[in-house]
Every structure is written in C-alpha cells, then in structure tokens.
Design a protein around this ligand. Structure first.
Ligand code: S3P
Length: 455
C-alpha cells in the first residue's frame, strides 16, 4: 500500500495544535490553481471501487479526508494505487463485491467519506465498523441510517443517538426504495443512490432543494442508468435503475470551488489585489458564493468558460472590491453550504448589513459552524447577530481582528479566519491549523505565494 494511504494521526484530533496568525498583508497577486474537488475525489474512488476494471483518476485531492476514503476502499478489497501527484488507479470489485474489512474503517474528519461509504457497503453481505475523529463522532448519522435500514441494512451497534462508531451489516439484495430527503443533503442522497445500486428495481430520491449532483453525473459516467427530473420550484427527482454493471472509467477531477473561495475572498478584501484562480469548477450547484459576491459588487471576471471531464470549468480574475451588504436567500444555501464561513468574513468588510438565511445545516458540519463563525466574528470585533437559523453581519470599512479564534477541528473555520486576518488592522490568530490538511493541504504555501502574511 502506498505511503499516501496512511493519513497522519492528527486526523484523530489527538495531535498538538498548531496555532497561526493571518497578518495585515500588502496586495495579493498571481495565478493559482487550487487542488481537486473534494466531493468529486471521494466519489471517483468509491465508484472506481464499485466498478469492474480500471479507473484512472487525475487531479485527485490528496487531502486527509480523501486519503481516508482511499484507504477504506483498499480495506474493502479494491486495489488503490498512487501513480504520481494526483494520479491514482483503482481496480474495482464490482457492485456487491466488497470483502469484509479486517479492521474498522476510519474516516477521520470526513462526513462525506463515511456517509457515502455506508451507502456503498450497504449492498454487500458483510459487516463493517465505521468510525472517525472526535468531530465526526458528534455528527448525525441517523439521516443516513434511516433510509438504509428501510432498504434492509442492519445496524448491529451504534453509539448513542445513532452516532459513530457504528457497525453495519449489508445485504446482497436491498429493497428498491423511494425516499424524500428530510434535509437538503447530497451526502444523504448519495448514500441512498449508492445503496440503490444493489437493489432490484428503481431507487428514487426526491429532494425539495437540489443539492450538488456529482453522484448522479458520475454514476452515469460509470455506466448506470440515472434519470433526473424537476421537483417543485427548486428540487429534483433522481431515479436509478438497480443492478447495473459499473465499468471503470477515467475521471478528471476539476479544482474545488469550496477551496477556491479562500484566495477568491482574500483577493476581494485585501486592497490592491489582482488574482487569477484557474480551472475552477463552475457546476451551478456549487457556485452560490460567486453569485452572492457578484450581488455584493465584487469585481470577478469569468474567463475561458469550458467543459472539462464533464463539468463546467472557468478561470476567475478577482480584484479588490468595495463590497456592499446583501440578503442571501435560503434557497441558495445548498449551492454554497460550505462557503458561509468565508462569506461571513467578506460580509464583515462590506458596506451595510448582510443577512444569510436558512443556515440550520451549518450546525451539523465539521463543527457547529453557525456558532463558530458567530464566536469568531465577535472575537474580532465584528457586530453580528444570530436570529434562529439566520446570521446577520454588520459590515464595516475596518475590522480590528484579534483572537485566538477557536476552530473546533474545522478546516473551513481555520481558513476563513486566517483570510480575515489578512485584511484586518491587527491580524487574526486561530488556535489550530491542523485540520486544513483535510481539504486543502497546500493552503499555506499557496496563500503565501500570493503575498499573504501568515505567521
Ligand atoms: C458534500 C455535501 C455537503 C457538503 C460537504 C460535501 C458531498 O454536505 O457540506 O462538504 O460531497 O456530498 P451535506 O450533504 O451534509 O449538506
């Protein structure tokens, strides 16, 4: 097994914290390409493992979350090899072909990894134990266990409230199922669809608000029959024909808009900046942040729009801008769910008030992000209010900064507040940078290469 299949022990949160400070910085400049998309990276490994034959992946995100998924696929019997930087090869075992793992499957910090793999394992008659770090052990798993058990999976054991660590027993043939997701979650939708691969008949997922559609697109790419229809004003119905033969297929992973969000907002906030972010995925279900920032008056030019590996991609030129506060509607949340921490930072520098509505799902991410963002903004002297599930930020031309901001094992809280420090008057200290490695291992050198002062 290659070195890269062994994530660092820090993914358990037991390591020594590494504090850092984002310092007031001069103008940022340069061209950067952020690493591969985390959602597509997880799915490329999982679908490769569920296929027969070879899947070659290029541009894979080599962050801890994805490496944990790679390791789990290998524990379940797939051959997973690193050929070169971002270039991986998976030899799959086919739907229903996983073998029982000798040891528990450890997903570290990753909700996507564990929830999708529970769905992938569901259609094999094996028993497997799923676990993760202290953050992942706090996160709700019933949202996935409920539909999977309705399809026939047995929960052999689970921690209180259906949380990790938990043990599942799959079945060779699951019941086809029609499920309306009670929360807008691509992870829940994906777990049900992956389980549906082992069901005779059609598995149908209805979502009232459309969430990222990488699983549907990639299932089709690997040979499954998937139909997508509209459902109400914002939703979709996805129908999967069970028992397909999935065949290994090449995957080109586009770069991650949720990672690009950090240099993008940094360039908007630091005076004099002019940065180009290349090859960013522009899937409409992922770019709610760009829509919102354009509403706020951001100077973002979308260049060289094209399609690569089945996804829309573009280069973005971003220049320092004087932003103004806006209302962000709740129906936009699924298209920017991971971007609220960095949007809240942008809002702190905007003229006037920004109201972000319908953020209940932020409470069940790697941390309670609504609380973590509110606390961090408060520590840095920003005026804000949490009203139920809405966040209201009063912008100001100058943000003092301060700290240390508590990051709660959450990569996006860490990166958002380091970016805030670059445009603040006194800098922003955070308590730990360790978890940045889960999604954006090159964040520090990339930001410093643009001119960011991070000590
Ligand atoms: C993801 C879905 C989202 C997102 C997460 C990645 C995915 O979670 O927050 O970072 O790859 O499916 P939910 O499905 O829980 O909203």
């Amino acid at each position: 097994m290659s070195r890269a299949l062994t994530p660092s022990p820090s993914s358990h949160g037991s390591g020594t914290p590494h504090p850092a400070t984002g310092l007031p910085s001069g103008s940022l400049a340069g061209r950067v390409r952020v690493p591969g998309d985390k959602s597509v990276s997880h799915r490329s490994l999982i679908l490769g493992a569920l296929s027969l034959g070879e899947t070659q992946i290029t541009g894979l995100l080599e962050g801890e979350d994805v490496l944990n998924t790679a390791k789990a696929c290998a524990q379940l019997g797939a051959t997973v090899e690193r050929i070169g930087e971002g270039h991986w090869r998976v030899e799959g075992v086919g739907v229903g072909g996983f073998r029982a793992p000798d040891e528990m499957l450890d997903f570290g910090n990753s909700g996507t990894g564990v929830r999708l793999m529970m769905g992938a394992v569901a259609g094999t008659p094996i028993t497997a134990t799923f676990d993760g770090d202290a953050s992942l052990r706090k996160r709700p798993m019933r949202r996935v266990l409920d539909p999977l058990t309705a399809m026939g999976v047995e929960v052999v054991s689970a921690a209180e409230g259906g949380r990790l660590p938990l043990r599942l027993r799959g079945l060779a043939e699951l019941s086809a199922f029609t499920y309306e997701t009670p929360v807008p979650s691509a992870q829940v939708k994906s777990a049900v669809l992956l389980a549906g691969l082992a069901a005779a008949g059609e598995t149908v997922v209805r979502e009232r608000e459309a969430t990222r559609d990488h699983t549907e697109r990639m299932l089709t790419h690997f040979g499954a029959q998937v139909q997508v229809e509209p459902f109400g004003p914002h939703g979709r119905i996805i129908t999967l024909k069970g028992r397909p033969t999935l065949t290994g297929a090449p995957v080109v992973v586009p770069s991650d808009p949720s990672s690009a969000a950090f240099p993008l907002v940094a360039a908007l906030l630091v005076p004099g900046s002019d940065v180009v972010i290349t090859d960013m995925m522009m899937n409409p279900l992922r770019i709610g942040l760009v829509t919102t920032l354009l509403d706020m008056g951001a100077d973002i030019t979308i260049l060289a729009e094209r399609t690569e590996g089945g996804e829309a991609v573009a280069d973005l030129r971003v220049r320092h801008s004087r932003l103004k506060g806006v209302e962000v509607p709740p129906e936009r949340a699924p298209a920017m769910i991971d971007e609220y921490p960095i949007l809240a930072v942008a809002a702190a520098f905007a003229e006037g008030r920004t109201t972000m509505r319908g953020l209940s799902e932020l409470r069940v991410k790697e941390s309670d992000r609504l609380a973590a963002v509110a606390d961090g903004l408060g520590v840095c002297g920003v005026v804000l209010e949490v009203q139920g599930d809405d966040l209201v930020v009063e912008g100001a031309a100058q943000v003092r900064g301060g700290g240390p901001v508590a990051t709660h094992m959450d990569h996006r809280i860490a990166m958002a507040f380091l970016v805030m420090g670059l445009a603040s008057s006194e800098g922003v200290a955070i308590d730990d940078t360790t978890f940045i490695a889960t999604s954006f291992p090159t964040f520090m050198p990339m930001m410093r290469g643009l001119g960011a002062q991070i000590a």
